[in-house]
Design a binder for this molecule. Structure first.
Ligand SMILES: [Ca+2]
Ligand SMILES: [Ca+2]
Length: 256
């Protein structure tokens, strides 16, 4: 009897471990977000609004899995910002990213800035922000993103149309061909000479996502940060992110 009990305990323990592993390695899970302070997302605005609204009637090519709602970002005047920030990916190495993509439909902008992804980055492991890096749809084609745009090969960006953007264009951050620019490393400028995320990771091999603080997550979906004369009104949906640490792959579906 004692032997059987031990076997049973071992079997139950093994099943428990497998269940935990299954949770930890859950792939492609969808989590619905309908309001502020949910699923580690927090609203951060200045002269802007972040709302969870019905799918806009004037946007074509609605994503098949986009549901009935989307994230709505408006900024006026355009030097303000509207952003949704996620704090779940603190300390995740950029090299470990396995997925990073989202959909946008923009209705009003300055001809160049669609809703973009901003990551707060720590270069040296001391958990302070050393850089901000930006994925912008406009730079993912050869006309606006030069040699990097040839490799990223996405777009061109179109108003009033849902478009999907792959912010990696590779199997990981370390192999990502998507074009990103840096606020603090002049070797990675915006514009025609923009460079790939894999080059940025090679230049900063220890770089991780970092949360500036508990209310400001390091993974951001943003509109704005332009000129006071600009106006922004656009949508984002189905933001997908995967990273080795935390061991997670999730699609956030924004709904009303
Ligand atoms: Ca949605
Ligand atoms: Ca630092």
């Amino acid at each position: 009897m004692q032997g059987r009990l031990v076997v049973a305990v071992v079997v139950i323990a093994a099943a428990y471990v497998l269940a935990l592993a299954g949770l930890a390695f859950a792939a492609g899970e969808t989590q619905v977000v309908t309001h502020d302070n949910q699923k580690d997302w927090k609203i951060d605005v200045f002269n802007g609004t972040v709302t969870f609204d019905p799918q806009p009637a004037d946007c074509t090519n609605t994503p098949p899995a986009g549901g009935a709602g989307a994230l709505h970002l408006t900024v006026d005047p355009g030097d303000g910002w509207a952003r949704l920030r996620n704090g779940r990916f603190d300390n995740a190495p950029l090299a470990s990213l396995t997925k990073l993509d989202y959909w946008t439909c923009d209705r009003t902008n300055n001809g160049q800035q669609w809703p973009f992804i901003l990551l707060d980055v720590d270069w040296d492991g001391n958990h302070t922000v050393d850089d901000f890096i930006f994925f912008e749809p406009a730079y993912q084609n050869p006309a606006e993103g030069g040699l990097c745009g040839i490799q990223s090969a996405q777009g061109p960006e179109m108003l009033h149309q849902w478009q999907e953007w792959d912010a990696l264009r590779g199997t990981s951050g370390a192999t990502a061909n998507a074009c990103w620019w840096s606020a603090n490393d002049p070797a990675f400028p915006p514009g025609f000479t923009i460079r790939s995320l894999k080059e940025y990771v090679a230049a900063h091999p220890g770089a991780t996502i970092v949360n500036p603080d508990g209310n400001h997550g390091g993974v951001q979906i943003v509109h704005g940060f332009a000129s006071p004369s600009d106006r922004f009104d656009g949508y984002a949906d189905l933001f997908r992110i995967g990273a080795r640490n935390p061991n997670f792959d999730v699609t956030f579906d924004f709904e009303q």
